[in-house]
Each structure stands twice: as C-alpha cells, then as structure tokens.
Design a protein around this ligand. Structure first.
Ligand SMILES: *Cc1c(COP(=O)(O)O)cnc(C)c1O
Length: 423
C-alpha cells in the first residue's frame, strides 16, 4: 500500500511529479458550457479523443481526395494493407504476437465469427459457460449461437455465479462446475475484466482449467484492452475479442480487435466464415483462383476495412506505443489506489467498493455501491461536472484513466461525492 495522503495539496503534488502528466494534454477533455474541464470518469465507456486523431483521419480524407482508388497504393499509408499498421502496436497492448492479432469488424461480430470457428458442439458436449453478470451483448450472442445450432438457450447455458451474498467470482466455483459438468461444456467465454464489478480475472488460470476439462476458452476483453496487462499469448486462450472505443480511445463504434492463439495460426481444418480479405494477399486480386487462406488472425478477415476508422485507431495506438502499457498500468495502480484510499474515508456506512481491493485483480475502474442512494445522486454528480456511470439500483462506476485523468480529478470527484452524501 502506498503512502497516500488526503488533501488537495497532495493530489496536486502527485500530478506535478507524474511522469505521464504530458499525455493529458494530448487529449480533448470535454468542457461544461462555461468552458471548464469536466471530470471525465467514463473512459471505460467511451475513451476521449486524442488530439492527433483529426490529423490522422484528415490524412486519409486528403489522400482519398487526391488519389481516388489509387490511394490503395499511393496514399501516404497505403490502404491495401492498412490494418498491418495497427498489428504490432495492438499486439503490444494486449500482450500477443503479431500473427495472433488483427483489427476487424466490431466486437460482438468478432465474438460470433470466433464462435463460428471455436464453438463446435457435439451431441454430448454442446454447452456454453459464461459469467452470470456477463455484458448483455455477450449473453445474447452465446444464446443465439446455442439456438443456431439447435440447442435450448436456457438448458445449454451454464452460468458461473458469485457465491450467495457475494458480488465477485471465485475460481473454486468454476472448478466445481467443471468437475460436475465439464464434459458437457464445449465453450467457456468470459469477460476478462467484468464491466460491472471491474474484477480482472486470471485468464491463464481459467484457460488452464477449461482446457483440462476439454473446453475451448475465449475471452471478451472489452474492459481489459488498454486498461490492464492481458498477456493474451501467455494466457493460452484460444481466442479473444475487444472493442477499441473504450480504453483504446478510437472513437464511437470504432473497429474491434481479435486474437487467435498462435497454435491455431496454420490450422486449415478450423472451419470459418471467409471473404476476400481472408485470402492470400499476393493473389487476392486475381479474383479467379481457389481460396488460399491467410495464416494467423488475419485469416479471419472478411472485408476490406473502413480506413477512416482505422486511422483513428492508429492515432490512438501511436499514443499507447509512446507510453507503453507497462508504464501506463503502473500509474493506473497508483491512481486507482489513491481513489480507493479517498473513498475509504467516506466510511462503510455510506459506501461499499465492489471492485476487488487487490491491484492485481482490477484495472482502473472502481464500482461503488452507495447505501440508500438512487439515481438522483448521479444527477447531482453530473450537475457538479463529474461524468460517471450509474447502474441500477445503487452503483456508480468510475474509471480514472491513467492517460488523461489526474490525481486532482480523483480528489475532486471524491470531495464532491462526500459533500453530496453529507448534504
Ligand atoms: C462494450 C462491450 C460490448 C459492446 O459490444 P459492441 O459489439 O462493441 O457493441 C460487448 N461486450 C462487452 C463485455 C463490453 O464491455
């Protein structure tokens, strides 16, 4: 535990000494109508815009204007294999090898494409296991996969639940489920960092356990990518997918990332849905030949991708490359630890932090259950210039993002919360 202190002075001093302080100035911080910077705590929902994004997108607009279709070859960043500009930096962010990573489609779409390859139900092994508080889109996706293969979406779905009266997930419970019905489970698909509680699960442990029982294991890393060190390659997971508009700051509805473990890179027996972008780059435009699959994650691409969206991803990933995910998570742990320290001062009678207290089991987000609160609390916070997220019935989620949030932001957030609760 770091030696945190209360008081605004301490926060200001931490900001002054913060080795990453310059990065806040590389982002547009939303302002209120008087021009004051808002305290933005929802980078877990939509990350802020890097100032260089406009330049990157404009470059592609200009090249389109100047070159038309020739931009595929003549643009400053030729469009033909534009996704390759993102591969190495994205691989670094999620701890993977370049051959394991591709940027394509959107998140839920990628989950479906991954399940098309990795959910191979048989008569005796057809069930899908997810966490009980999975993000709704993930739950709908796996239910529809069950139905698509002719199974009942209730009977075929197994939920990994927190123990009675608890909010977090325990590995012992997963183990029990697998001991009891592991041989009926075809796929385990879990949110690597839970969107609601902020719990960062041990991907390697879950994968190892799942594989021991013969299950395929995949992760949704929407709340993990750009937030925690995922080490996807070492986790051994079969596949993963994540969006880029949360911690990866690539703009609303931007394209998603996808990971397929190296051991599947050359496996042509792994069935998949394909398109011309999964075909060998060298012969793609011959347009007549037999399908010749690209190895690695790239072999799951379908279409030629939207370059304007990819330009925004490139702008953001270049910021990540400059900072490094290691330095980022180091500050993150300090900043969120400080947040937790200040919150504890509010007392257990008024709040309870749902998120794990161990820095290894969480990212930057803290989910705070506020006793006897309703949504009016959220309105008051918003009115005071704090952008946070409210989950019924009584939880606020706040994510101090180390790239652009300051210790002062965190101080002011807790100070405001305190005066609302005491007011
Ligand atoms: C944000 C989020 C989504 C959203 O899916 P889209 O396909 O990008 O709309 C899905 N799953 C999880 C776990 C998320 O956090």
């Amino acid at each position: 535990m770091l030696n945190y202190k209360s008081g605004l002075d301490y926060a200001l001093k931490q900001d002054q000494n913060d080795p990453l302080k310059v990065f806040r100035h590389q982002f547009h911080i939303p302002k209120d109508k008087h021009g004051n910077a808002l305290i933005y705590m929802t980078g877990n929902s939509l990350g802020l815009q890097p100032k260089q994004t406009k330049t990157y997108v404009n470059q592609e607009l200009e090249d389109w204007a100047n070159f038309g279709v020739e931009g595929h070859f003549e643009a400053k960043n030729p469009w033909l294999n534009y996704h390759e500009f993102l591969t190495q930096t994205m691989a670094n962010v999620v701890g993977a090898k370049p051959i394991e990573v591709v940027v394509m489609n959107t998140l839920t779409a990628n989950l479906h494409f991954m399940m098309a390859s990795f959910y191979k139900p048989t008569k005796s092994r057809y069930k899908i296991l997810i966490e009980s508080d999975a993000f709704p889109s993930d739950k709908y996706a796996v239910e529809s996969q069950l139905r698509h293969h002719g199974y009942n979406d209730k009977e075929g779905l197994i939920l990994w639940k927190p123990p009675k009266d608890k909010t977090l997930l325990y590995y012992e419970d997963l183990e029990t489920i697998l001991q009891q019905e592991g041989d009926t489970i075809a796929l385990i698909m879990i949110g690597g960092v839970n969107y609601y509680t902020g719990q960062f699960l041990n991907l390697k442990r879950i994968t190892k356990l799942g594989h021991e029982y013969g299950c395929v294991v995949g992760f949704d890393c929407a709340h993990g990518a750009g937030n925690v060190e995922l080490n996807l390659h070492d986790s051994g997971a079969d596949f993963a997918a994540w969006c880029t508009y949360k911690y990866l700051n690539a703009g609303p509805g931007s394209l998603a990332g996808c990971f397929v473990h190296e051991r599947h890179a050359y496996n042509k027996d792994l069935n998949r849905f394909t398109g011309w972008w999964s075909h060998n780059k060298a012969t793609r435009f011959n347009m007549r030949g037999e399908f010749d699959m690209l190895p690695g994650a790239e072999g799951w691409q379908l279409s030629n991708p939207p370059i304007l969206s990819m330009a925004a991803i490139k702008a953001s990933l270049d910021v990540f490359a400059e900072v490094g995910i290691g330095a980022l998570t180091k500050k993150s742990k300090k900043l969120t630890g400080y947040f937790e320290f200040l919150l504890k001062d509010l007392g257990e009678d008024s709040i309870r932090i749902i998120t794990p207290s161990s820095p290894e089991e969480r990212g930057c987000q803290l989910s705070i259950q506020v006793k006897q609160a309703d949504k009016s609390l959220h309105h008051k916070l918003t009115k005071a210039g704090i952008i946070s997220d409210w989950r019924e019935p009584d939880v606020i989620r706040c994510a101090p993002v180390p790239l652009y949030n300051s210790f002062e932001d965190v101080y002011r957030l807790v100070d405001t919360l305190k005066s609302i609760l005491n007011g």
